[in-house]
Design a protein around this ligand. Structure first.
Ligand code: CTP
Length: 398
């Protein structure tokens, strides 16, 4: 929530400065108190009068007020702000920030700010992807700043590519999720997708899991400020949040090894993967020929969730159950066997639920036996319900 927050907006000299007027308006509309800092070049793109009128505060640009000599303290501005948003941030200013150069009030304020800093780059696509700029952005990220990635589309140069400043709504939403974040400082392990069990170099045993549910949970967790370790079987999905570190695995065995390594680093784990229960005892290194007789011997894989359940301690551990029959009874038994705090039941018998759909209908069953049934929703909405449930448990535990 942004109401009452002190937001300092730094505007550097790029054409996207015209969007900063809307940015200020949106923050004011959210109830934030806004002050604006501009570089000399920014003033050529948009006037200080526009920005002071919209922000309802004087605009800062010089180290001192040229009329009365009054000192504009970058330290005071940095201390006043709950968040410093530099939008647009030109390649020039990004380079100076990364190098610690402080030749204007916007930059001295950046160096002395104690609050979280958000940087929204804007420039032409060739500048944006130049290694000097990408490595400067990496440096700024490594200092703990949040980079609000530029978007693709038509640029002021007339070219089409990545470099446009993120839309003001996107910038405001980034700050909203930052201040809403209830899992800041927490580490979450999420497993997702299917596993593939090798038969020979061209064949495997797999299942229809798309990974969508697990990825949606990982993203919702990251939006709440958590560092997410996503151990993923083979999927065609991409990760869309800087707080998610994806670890790719193929087989149940590999997923087991990664989870055992990562679980001790985490406070919360959500087991969404559809892990194969059996794997070929002796995978072959040469293709099985059509003419050969085939008897495939399978051996049991390790139960990852049950192993983590034994190591659990006071961590929150949740899992999924996809059932075709005796749903409630089977799900309750799984929750107990694997020492879950709660289990999310989805039934293959429900239309719109299960593998490779964009929707799901779940019932959450808690350790104390209580059940909460939800209507059919998109997997993204279902992820929010699951994460809210975790947040409730997390609050109870703190
Ligand atoms: N799970 C796991 N490792 C396995 C098997 C399952 O971590 N080797 C996890 C799943 O990610 C899920 C939960 O355990 O959170 C239940 O998985 P599910 O496939 O529904 O059940 P199984 O335990 O495999 O039992 P069954 O196949 O007999 O229903």
């Amino acid at each position: 929530m942004l109401a009452g927050k002190h937001v300092l907006i730094g505007i550097t000299g790029g054409i996207a400065a015209y969007k900063s007027a809307m940015l200020v308006r949106l923050f004011v509309r959210e109830g934030a108190e806004v002050k604006v800092l501009m570089t000399e070049t920014a003033k050529r793109f948009i006037t200080p009068l526009t920005m002071s009128t919209l922000s309802k505060n004087p605009v800062y640009a010089d180290f001192f007020n040229p009329e009365n000599g009054e000192w504009n303290s970058h330290v005071d501005l940095g201390l006043w702000a709950d968040a410093y948003v530099i939008a647009p941030a030109t390649a020039n200013s990004i380079g100076k920030m990364a190098a610690g150069i402080a030749d204007n009030l916007l930059l001295t304020t950046y160096l002395s700010a104690k609050c979280p800093v958000f940087i929204a780059p804007a420039m032409d696509m060739d500048m944006y992807r130049h290694p000097a700029n990408t490595s400067n952005l990496e440096t700024l990220k490594s200092y703990g700043n949040t980079i609000i990635d530029a978007e693709s589309g038509e640029l002021a140069s007339g070219l089409d590519g990545k470099g446009r400043m993120a839309e003001p709504e996107t910038i405001v939403n980034s700050l909203k999720s930052f201040f809403d974040a209830r899992l800041l400082g927490q580490c979450v392990l999420v497993t997702a997708g299917p596993t593939y069990e090798k038969i020979d170099p061209v064949r495997y045993i797999g299942n229809h899991s798309s990974g969508k549910m697990g990825y949606a949970i990982a993203e919702t967790m990251a939006q709440q400020g958590a560092e997410v370790l996503l151990v993923s079987g083979p999927t065609g999905l991409t990760v869309n949040h800087p707080n998610i570190r994806r670890v790719n695995v193929v087989s149940a065995n590999e997923m087991y090894d990664e989870c055992l390594k990562l679980f001790p680093l985490c406070n919360i784990a959500v087991m969404c993967a559809a892990v194969a229960d059996f794997t070929p005892e002796q995978p072959l290194n040469e293709k099985i020929k059509q003419k050969s007789d085939l008897n495939l011997l399978l051996t049991k894989t390790q139960d990852i969730a049950a192993t983590l359940g034994k190591m659990k301690g006071d961590r929150i551990l949740a899992g999924f159950a996809l059932e075709t029959d005796n749903e409630m009874m089977n799900a309750r038994a799984k929750m107990q066997d694997k020492n879950f705090d709660f289990i999310v039941l989805n039934s293959m018998n429900d239309a719109g639920a299960g593998f490779d759909t964009d929707t799901n209908r779940i019932t959450i069953i808690d350790k104390d036996g209580s059940e909460t049934a939800f209507v059919l929703k998109s997997k993204k909405e279902v992820a929010k319900d699951v994460v809210s449930h975790i947040l409730k448990l997390n609050t109870l535990q703190q």
